[in-house]
Design a protein around this ligand. Structure first.
Ligand code: 5GP
Length: 181
């Protein structure tokens, strides 16, 4: 198994670039059907979702408009702090629009809940979330992501946009923290 070192931690390849591409094909077919003629607004959650969103948006055929929002909760740690704060927000009116939130990963679900509540204030026609990764065992409730790339165990992962201390985002696959770190 391919092992890499980032800063002080060892990681093993967990999801290969090929597996990501194949899953993205299926996800984009599903989304193209669900959002046909809906011209959704893709609300891309920075920083981690930028690579997933870049690949996804180019596979969508639904005339999406894009907006970015930055939320922080981890602050360079490997555990979710549980606190969610908005760092900068999007400014497009969303009333009556179909909003698709694009996330890298849903862990406890705090960020997702915060985002959905924030969006409801603007009375969109619909809100759904596509998340590349979902950790069902870590999820603490609320609405789970409607579209999921991969369900994974509650382990720390990096790559394909996800970082460890701002490192590793450029990796083409997804790597999981090795046993014993
Ligand atoms: P939640 O609010 O669902 O607990 O956490 C969501 C955010 O925590 C994600 O958008 C991501 O930034 C970060 N996060 C959760 N799990 C991981 C992980 O395994 N690796 C990395 N790099 N970030 C994670």
């Amino acid at each position: 198994m391919k092992e890499i070192v980032i800063k002080d931690k060892r990681f093993n390849l967990y999801i290969s670039p090929k597996q990501i591409r194949q899953r993205l094909d299926d996800l984009s077919h599903e989304l193209n059907k669900a959002y046909h003629s809906k011209n959704p607004v893709l609300l891309i959650v920075l920083n981690g979702a930028f690579i997933f969103a870049a690949d996804l948006i180019r596979a969508l055929e639904v005339d999406p408009q894009t907006q970015f929002i930055r939320i922080s909760s981890y602050e360079d740690e490997m555990q979710s702090s549980g606190k969610v704060r908005q760092v900068f927000g999007q400014d497009m009116p969303l009333t009556g629009r179909h909003v698709l939130i694009v996330e890298d990963i849903v862990d406890t679900g705090h960020t997702a809940r915060y985002l959905r509540e924030l969006l409801q204030e603007q009375h969109p026609a619909s809100v759904a979330m596509v998340s590349l990764l979902f950790k069902p065992e870590a999820f603490e409730g609320g609405t789970p992501p409607e579209y999921v790339g991969f369900e994974i165990p509650p382990d720390f992962v990096v790559g394909y946009g996800l970082d460890y201390a701002q490192l590793g985002r450029e990796l083409q696959g997804i790597y999981r923290l090795a046993e014993g770190g």
